[in-house]
Ligand binder design. Structure first.
Ligand SMILES: Cc1cc2nc3c(=O)[nH]c(=O)nc-3n(C[C@H](O)[C@H](O)[C@H](O)COP(=O)(O)O)c2cc1C
Length: 315
């Protein structure tokens, strides 16, 4: 059997490894994204609800670390989205990744500036719609992932998206070593995206408490919050996240919180985990694969180890 290791998109970006560091709000800083791109992967800055000035600052921080292409992940539901796109275009960013929301209204404009558009999709339906709208690739993300998640697992989602699309499919969710990468290629993906593995890297700027919590976590140490609010997010089990789930069940009969309250809940609690390592009030978003991550390593070592193991297996 021959395995197609070359993704034309990755060749265009001059990447050494078919590995993307997924955009992570607060955690995916310019320093981390720059380090991943410099080491031969593709780093992506996570912008969440940041204002445009902060996005520009982080893009410039990435440039201090690398001359290579990197991406910016935008949160389409943010009220600063127009200004954020202006900054991305002005700063000459090469890749835009999108999480929550529909990027369709912006695709043509981004393409006219030579910017590749790669949305994250949780289902075949959305993947097909994105292909129709002209995106350059999709990230099919399974619910093993850290952060906001859909309903399907990586194992079931990736081959179904591959069968339905003609553009490159990048697999995400539960991948942190060469076995996961090789498995993703076997499912038909032509690249992978990892988030949790890069949280526990030397260049990651998340609080030591966060890195240590990932390293210490076991296989069953994550849970899903927001199930009943229709806003599912995978986080590490803490007193706070366990209480949150309990509270959600109690409050299901009450009116849903408004958009501002949800933004503060999500944005605020992730910020408290990433910047302050606040075990009482922070949401430590991380994936199920945390249980397999035992060491904080430099990103260059992570990329080299993961890809050399994958290559051996794929041969
Ligand atoms: C702390 C954290 C924050 C994240 N924030 C975002 C985000 O803002 N936008 C997005 O599209 N994905 C986000 N993700 C998902 C990652 O980009 C990536 O797809 C996911 O982590 C892959 O699964 P893994 O954690 O099993 O490697 C986040 C993940 C984590 C762990």
């Amino acid at each position: 059997m021959s395995v197609k290791l070359n993704n034309p998109l990755f060749e265009k970006l001059g990447m050494k490894y078919p590995i993307i560091q997924g955009g992570m709000a607060w955690a995916g800083t310019g320093h981390l994204a720059g380090a991943v791109s410099e080491a031969g992967g593709l780093g992506i800055i996570g912008t969440g609800y940041w204002k445009a000035d902060k996005v520009r600052e982080e893009i410039r921080r990435a440039r201090q670390v690398t001359d290579k292409p990197f991406g910016v992940n935008v949160m389409l539901l943010s009220r600063h989205i127009r200004e954020v796109f202006d900054v991305i275009i002005e700063e000459g960013v090469q890749v835009v990744a999108t999480g929550a929301g529909d990027p369709s209204p912006f695709i043509e404009e981004l393409h006219s500036h030579g910017i590749l558009v790669i949305p994250v999709v949780p289902s075949v339906g959305l993947a097909k719609m994105m292909e129709k709208k002209g995106v350059d690739a999709v990230v099919a993300e399974g619910m093993e992932s850290g952060g906001h998640i859909g309903m399907l697992t990586t194992m079931t989602l990736v081959p179904q998206v591959v069968d339905a699309l003609n553009i490159p499919v990048i697999a995400a969710g539960g991948i942190a070593d060469g076995r996961g990468v090789a498995a993703a290629f076997m499912l038909g993906a032509s690249g992978v995206q990892m988030g949790t593995r890069f949280l526990a890297s030397a260049e990651s700027e998340v609080h030591e408490n966060f890195k240590n919590a990932v390293v210490k976590a076991k296989d069953i140490d994550t849970l899903v919050t927001g199930e009943l609010l229709g806003n599912r997010a995978r986080v590490l089990k803490t007193k706070m996240s366990k209480n949150f789930v309990k509270q959600e069940r109690i409050e299901i009969t009450k009116p849903k919180p408004d958009a501002d309250a949800i933004e503060e809940l999500e944005n605020g609690s992730l910020r408290r985990a990433v910047l302050d390592g606040d075990k009482e009030n922070g949401a430590f978003m991380a994936g199920q694969i945390s249980g397999m991550i035992h060491e904080i390593k430099p990103v260059a070592e992570i990329l080299e180890d993961v890809w050399s193991q994958a290559e051996d297996l794929l041969k």
